[in-house]
Design a protein around this ligand. Structure first.
Ligand SMILES: *[C@@H]1O[C@H](CO)[C@@H](O)[C@H](O)[C@H]1NC(C)=O
Ligand SMILES: *[C@@H]1O[C@H](CO)[C@@H](O)[C@H](O)[C@H]1NC(C)=O
Ligand SMILES: *[C@@H]1O[C@H](CO)[C@@H](O)[C@H](O)[C@H]1NC(C)=O
Ligand SMILES: *[C@@H]1O[C@H](CO)[C@@H](O)[C@H](O)[C@H]1NC(C)=O
Length: 219
């Protein structure tokens, strides 16, 4: 038990003191703090797109950037599906029913894309979704309301969505700032999706781009 023992104690105390000061002055905390990043590659997702055309007509992956687009007149993802047209990355490798999960990604929506859902936490009861982030005329909303960001066109934004399935709540951060905490909507089967899924009042052409997608979990 030499001087390094005391050195370690002093260092630990210093870390605690600095962290408390940061909290006290409202310093930045990162939404991913305390989460563990899980493996993520092409085995963990696939692309849902209009059933009658090949995927490369609605999705590209170049220089790490997913570009997904769809037309309001496109067919749904399956022949007999009653749903609207979509091109979405579905993260089917991390279905979950409990635990605290997080989606992180950098998104970009070009001016003109409107009436579209760009990110979902799938699964709820009796509804289909726990969260939809929808875009109307440049405004990003939680479903139709409330507004989360009033003009999100033509710039990269960082999106973090934390779904605490145990406590039944979902928290959304844009550029590291919490924009909403909403209650869960039931259900016992969830996964994350992002892309373009047309909603009422959809523009003819819809596009969103995504990079740096990470799936994280609180262990
Ligand atoms: C994806 O990651 C998993 C888990 O790390 C690994 O087993 C698998 O080989 C990887 N697949 C590809 C296509 O890289
Ligand atoms: C996740 O659920 C989908 C059904 O929506 C299923 O096709 C897929 O195999 C499941 N993934 C895993 C890893 O169990
Ligand atoms: C989007 O484009 C329209 C038409 O060019 C323009 O009037 C509008 O100001 C643009 N909006 C934003 C947020 O850039
Ligand atoms: C978006 O803008 C268009 C054209 O100005 C307008 O017709 C439409 O009602 C707007 N939609 C919403 C949801 O505000």
């Amino acid at each position: 038990m030499g001087s390094s023992f005391y050195h370690n104690i002093i260092c630990s105390l210093l870390v605690v003191v600095l962290a408390s000061i940061q909290l006290a002055i409202g310093g930045p905390t990162d939404p991913t703090d305390g989460f563990v990043e899980l493996p993520f590659n092409t085995s963990f997702y696939h692309i849902q797109k209009p059933y009658d055309i090949p995927v490369d007509q609605r999705h590209s992956f170049i220089d790490g950037i997913h570009k997904l687009w769809v037309y309001s007149t496109d067919k749904p993802l399956a022949k007999n599906s009653p749903t609207n047209s979509r091109t979405e990355i579905i993260i089917q490798g991390y279905n979950y029913s409990s635990g605290i999960w997080q989606f992180e990604g950098y998104g970009f929506v070009p001016n003109g894309t409107s009436g579209v859902c760009i990110m979902q936490v799938f699964g709820a009861s009796p509804h289909a979704t726990t969260l939809m982030l929808r875009l109307f005329n440049g405004t990003l909303s939680y479903y139709r309301a409330p507004v989360l960001v009033s003009n999100i066109y033509d710039r990269w934004f960082r999106l973090n969505v934390i779904h605490d399935a145990d406590a039944s709540k979902v928290t959304v951060y844009i550029d590291g700032v919490q924009v909403i905490e909403a209650p869960g909507r039931g259900g016992k089967f969830h996964y994350f999706k992002c892309g373009v899924y047309s909603q009422p009042d959809a523009s003819y052409y819809m596009e969103s781009r995504w990079k740096g997608i990470k799936i994280l979990k609180k262990m």
